[in-house]
Structures are given as structure tokens and as C-alpha cells.
Design a protein around this ligand. Structure first.
Ligand code: ADX
Ligand code: SF4
Length: 411
């Protein structure tokens, strides 16, 4: 028996449909206290007309993740547990008829992260079912992170007889998925945390390159909250805004971490100024890139010397040159790993995170700046304008990179 959840263009859902009539009275259901092997505690199935159970689905019994990885039999369904590592399913999705995600405890958000990861990172397009301790209130949020059916436990609603395992059917809408509801934010936060923890685990001396942008502050906040051994440095070009410099101190005070400053070589700067003038970068792309090479690229090389990985706050949305940005890249010039953990985040995601954790922000954002670099090469943009329109605005869009992010290959 089916109740329908319809979702409008704004991602708001409405449940409709008839309460199923039961041919068989429900059996008493043991309470699920949320511990131990939840699959044993979730509803023993009342059949028919009820839908799938925790251990069985329409096509048979669920496999565990390990069983599927061990012997992937086409047409199987798997039941993921909160602690499962969904990354193991990368390139192992073919042939799966259904993925179900167990929610053993109300409020356990890991199932959202699984769904988000499957849909967004692994590109899973097949049926995705939430199962277990989910409530009707969660239906909308579950749908937004990509679930398209939900199996309720019999003791989850007031009248167990009515509640046993209705199936809600929703169309999966990729666009809605990128919405800014709480579930989405929680999933993003969780994935970011997992990614950063993984970077810290894999590498000896990883470091975040921070321009003190909102993106970099988000990553800084996550690193500091988790206490991860990831260093943070900034390229102090000598031409940064006072507001940006002030944020270095604010960050140190707030998180108790030091942001190391890398400065350009004084001789190279002096030579540049003598040759082209202090603001010679306005006179042509070549002069501009030379300035960036001295003030940013060389100091970056110094900052990364001896490191085996670095992280940036780049996002795909930031412009044509970043639309294919990978979350993991190889820095081919240095032969080290490069991570862009916010690659698929929207600007709204960044703001939502910042608001959620009260992350200190560069005061320039409040004055219309969106992408912030050196003071003479950055200006505020009008609402709706291209985010990088205020960077090197006198140049063509295609040349507007400073050389920090060349020589990479997406993994
Ligand atoms: S830029 O290449 O055009 O300057 P953008 O300002 O968009 O880059 O920043 C992208 C990422 O490059 C930042 O999130 C940060 O990781 C790194 N980055 C840019 N400028 C600096 C800087 N001055 N110091 C350290 N990292 C920087
Ligand atoms: Fe020089 Fe402008 Fe590049 Fe800064 S952004 S290094 S001031 S050209």
C-alpha cells in the first residue's frame, strides 16, 4: 500500500493517499532502543499488505555492504548501516537494484550523509530507501537528499497497525537536492569533516592555503573544530586589504591556531617596482602575471616546500576556469596531492556553514566584495554579477587566474 509524497518546484513535499486497509492485524512490535543490531529489532514484517521489512525488500533479503562487495550479484539490494564507509561503493554500484539506508536512531544524521554521498559524489541514480527510525516529519528532508522511498517501522506512529511500513514514493530531483535545508547542510558538514579527516590521515604534512576568504574560513573552522593536524598558511603579498590582515588575528584569537604568513622576496618586489612601477600590473596581462608570480606563486612554492599535500577553498561555481574543478587533484608541478574540499559547494552553502558555526568573516563581504584578492586588483561587484567580476576586472575572463592553481590534473 502506498502513500504518495509529491514535491513541488521549491522542494516542498506533501503526503497524500489512502491509509491502507490491513488484511492481517499487526503483531506487537518490540521497542527499538537504537542499540545493537538494529536489523533484528526493527519490525517483524506483517505481510501482506505491508511493504518491505528491515531485513527483506520486494526482491528478497538485503545484503550488507560487505556481502555486496564480496559477491556482487546483479539485482541485489543492500542495506547500509550508519557506520558503513559508503566510499567503498565507488565503481561498485552497477547491478544494484536498490540501496536502503538504515536509520536506527531518530536524530542520527549519518544516513543523510550516505544518501548525499551516493547521489552527489558517486552519481548513484537508482532507487534509494530510508529505513528504520525515521519519522513522517523527516520525509521532506530525506527526499531532498535523494531518498525516493521510505520504510517506516511499525512502532513509529501512534497507531502501529496503521503505520507498519507504508512506502512513500518520491521523484528524486537533483535540483532540489542542492537546496539549503538543514539536512543538506548537515550532510555537507559531515562530508567536509570526513574529507578533512581523511586528508589528515593520509598525509604527513598537509596545509591549507588560506586567503582568509569565506571558503577558507569554513575549512579553517572545520580543521580547528576537529583539531586536525593540518597547517594553515597565507600568502601575504604585501598588497592585501587591512580587513584581510585583521582577520588573520581574529582567526588566531578565535581558534587558537596560527596562520603562517609567507611573504614575497623583497629584492624581487623592488625590481618589479623599479621596472614597471608599483601598480604596473594594470598595464598588461604579462606584467600582472609577473607581479602575481613574485607576490603569490613564489611564496606558494616556499610554503609548499617539503609538504605532501595542500588544500584550497576553490569552488566550481567561481568561474569558467574552475567549472571542472576536482575535489582531489594532483599538483603535477610538485608531485603532491591537492584537495578542493568545497569544489561542489555553492556560495549559499558557504554562507549557511558560516552562519551555523558563526565563522568570522572578512569585513569586505558586507561591502559588496565577493571574491577577495589583493587590494589594488579587487573591487566590489553588484548583486547578481559574476562572482569574479571584481578580480582583475580590466582583463578577459579567461586570463583571470594568478598562477596558484595551474599544473593540476583532476583525479
Ligand atoms: S586566485 O587564484 O584567484 O587568487 P582565489 O582568490 O579565487 O584564487 O582563491 C582560491 C583559493 O586559492 C583560496 O581558497 C586559497 O586556497 C588560495 N589562495 C588564494 N589567494 C591566496 C593567498 N593570498 N594566500 C593563500 N592562499 C590563497
Ligand atoms: Fe600583484 Fe595584483 Fe597579483 Fe596581487 S593580485 S600579486 S597586486 S597583480
Amino acid at each position: 500500500m502506498t502513500l504518495l509524497l509529491s514535491i513541488n518546484a521549491d522542494g516542498e513535499g506533501r503526503i497524500s493517499g489512502a491509509t491502507p486497509e490491513r488484511a492481517v492485524p499487526p503483531r506487537p512490535v518490540p521497542a527499538n532502543d537504537g542499540h545493537g543490531d538494529v536489523r533484528k529489532k526493527i519490525v517483524p514484517i506483517v505481510r501482506p499488505p505491508a511493504g518491505p521489512s528491515a531485513t527483506a525488500w520486494e526482491g528478497g533479503s538485503y545484503l550488507t555492504l560487505a556481502e555486496w562487495l564480496d559477491a556482487p550479484k546483479p539485482g541485489s539490494a543492500i542495506l547500509l548501516q550508519p557506520a558503513d564507509d559508503v566510499r567503498q561503493l565507488a565503481d561498485r554500484l552497477d547491478g544494484l537494484a536498490l540501496i536502503a539506508v538504515d536509520f536506527p536512531r531518530i536524530g542520527d544524521g549519518r544516513g543523510y550523509t550516505h544518501a548525499f554521498f551516493l547521489r552527489e559524489r558517486l552519481g548513484y541514480k537508482g532507487p534509494l530507501r530510508a529505513l528504520g527510525a525515521v519519522t513522517a516529519d523527516q520525509v521532506n528532508a530525506l527526499a531532498r537528499v535523494g531518498f525516493d522511498s521510505i520504510s517506516l517501522r511499525a512502532d513509529q506512529l501512534a497507531d502501529p497497525a496503521e503505520a507498519a511500513l507504508h512506502t512513500f514514493t518520491v521523484p528524486y530531483q537533483g535540483g532540489v537536492f542542492r537546496g539549503r535545508d538543514t539536512a543538506n547542510l548537515k550532510a555537507r558538514i559531515r562530508l567536509l569533516e570526513l574529507d578533512l579527516a581523511e586528508v589528515a590521515r593520509r598525509h604527513e604534512s598537509p596545509a591549507l592555503a588560506s586567503s582568509l576568504s569565506a571558503e577558507d574560513m569554513v575549512i579553517t573552522d572545520a580543521i580547528a573544530r576537529l583539531g586536525l593536524p593540518i597547517d594553515i598558511f597565507t600568502l601575504d603579498t604585501g598588497r592585501l586589504h587591512a580587513e584581510t590582515l585583521a582577520l588573520i588575528e581574529v582567526t588566531a584569537a578565535r581558534y587558537g591556531i596560527e596562520i603562517t604568513r609567507y611573504q614575497p622576496e623583497a629584492d624581487a618586489v623592488a625590481k618589479y617596482v623599479t621596472t614597471y612601477g608599483e601598480n604596473g600590473f594594470y598595464d598588461g596581462v604579462a606584467q600582472r602575471k609577473e607581479c602575481c608570480a613574485i607576490r603569490k606563486v613564489k611564496p606558494l612554492a616556499n610554503a609548499l616546500a617539503g609538504r605532501d599535500a595542500w588544500l584550497t577553498g576553490q569552488r566550481r561555481e567561481q568561474g569558467v576556469t574552475r567549472s571542472a574543478l576536482g575535489e582531489r587533484e594532483n599538483d603535477e608541478e610538485r608531485g603532491i596531492a591537492k584537495y578542493n574540499p568545497l569544489a561542489v559547494w555553492s556560495w549559499a552553502d558557504v554562507l549557511a556553514y558560516a552562519a551555523h558555526f558563526d565563522v568570522p568573516m572578512n569585513a569586505l563581504y558586507a561591502r559588496g566584495y565577493v571574491s577577495i584578492g589583493c587590494e589594488p586588483c579587487t573591487k566590489a561587484v553588484r548583486p547578481g554579477e559574476d562572482p569574479r567580476a571584481g578580480r582583475w576586472w580590466w582583463e578577459n575572463q579567461e586570463s583571470r587566474e594568478c598562477g596558484l592553481h595551474t599544473n593540476v590534473k583532476t583525479n
